[in-house]
Ligand binder design. Structure first.
Ligand SMILES: C[S@@+](CC[C@H](N)C(=O)[O-])C[C@H]1O[C@@H](n2cnc3c(N)ncnc32)[C@H](O)[C@@H]1O
Ligand SMILES: [Zn+2]
Length: 277
């Protein structure tokens, strides 16, 4: 697909789902103009980029997440190590027709989850433009927005399911955006997450262990009918993927020159929290 048609296709998909949007500046309704921009009733305007995503940031933001980091995440996700997680999430939100992935990064989790849901639209938002660019380049069936969860460009009660996978949350905003009866699915690391890597990089330091207790507690206080499922498994990891594994997270994993990381398998250990309003 050429650059022009990707922009047109992105704008058309946004137009079909325009009721999901609201102006991030004044909260009024939006419409898609022919030339490919989203415009609100007060004339705030956001252009659809040639890659087919829309930038709805209302302020400048710097991101610690680089293009290389997102490409590494994509390679790791495509290796299949998160397939079981994606299947579990798809099960938990079965029947949802509108799904928002908050802090979607390069979009692979959302795109792969959406293949398991019938007749539903997936929307991804991330504050990092590099993530959304990568998402829009590869996945044309979802709507991709650069935006800040603190000032999200969506209308209230729009989403049947909100995903928040290994990303910062904004519970006030999630509650505003959920349809009645909708659910939030938050994924947080458990103590064994990527433990083989942690053990080698942080031997004897407190970063070798990790607790999500505070996050889980806040989630329980914020939502009703909370369920928590722990998903733990160890998968073989191809040696060629080790550099991508090291690159895919921004904080702390940076090995010093003389640390050799040797792994043949990797553990996924996550809590899947599901809640309703
Ligand atoms: C560790 S990454 C996880 C990305 C993706 N969910 C995944 O699992 O591969 C966290 C993501 O949250 C995004 N993020 C952080 N603060 C945000 C905000 N205020 N609004 C939207 N996205 C945000 C970051 O840009 C980053 O892409
Ligand atoms: Zn406006």
């Amino acid at each position: 697909m050429g650059a022009l048609s990707k922009r047109a296709a992105g704008a058309a998909l946004m137009n079909e789902n325009i009721m999901l949007f609201a102006c991030p500046i004044c909260a009024t309704q939006m419409q898609v103009r022919e030339q490919g921009s989203l415009v609100c009733t007060a004339n705030h305007s956001f252009d659809v980029a040639k890659q087919g995503y829309v930038n709805m940031m209302t302020h400048a933001a710097t991101s610690k997440y680089s293009k290389e980091l997102f490409e590494s995440r994509k390679a790791i996700i495509e290796s299949g190590i998160y397939d079981l997680l994606e299947e579990k999430i798809a099960d938990k939100i079965a029947g949802a027709k509108t799904v928002l992935d908050t802090g979607c990064g390069e979009g692979s989790h959302l795109a792969r989850i959406m293949t398991q849901l019938d007749g539903a639209i997936g929307v991804g938002i991330d504050i990092a433009k590099e993530g959304i660019l990568t998402a829009a380049r590869h996945y044309s069936e979802q709507i991709w927005c650069v935006g800040d969860l603190a000032k999200s460009p969506y209308a209230e009660t729009s989403f049947d399911a909100i995903l928040n996978i290994l990303s910062p949350a904004n519970y006030g905003e999630f509650k505003r955006l959920l349809t009645p009866g909708g659910c939030i699915v938050k994924v947080v690391p458990q103590s064994g997450y990527l433990q083989e890597l942690r053990a080698q990089l942080y031997a004897d330091s407190e970063k070798e262990t990790y607790s999500n207790a505070q996050t889980v507690e806040r989630f329980k206080e914020s939502f009703a009918e909370v369920s928590i499922d722990r998903l733990t498994y160890t998968m073989p990891l191809a040696i060629e993927l080790i550099p991508a594994l090291l690159e895919m997270t921004p904080m702390g994993w940076h090995k010093t020159e003389d640390t050799e990381v040797a792994l043949t398998e990797i553990t996924i250990d996550l809590d899947i929290l599901v809640g309703k309003i």
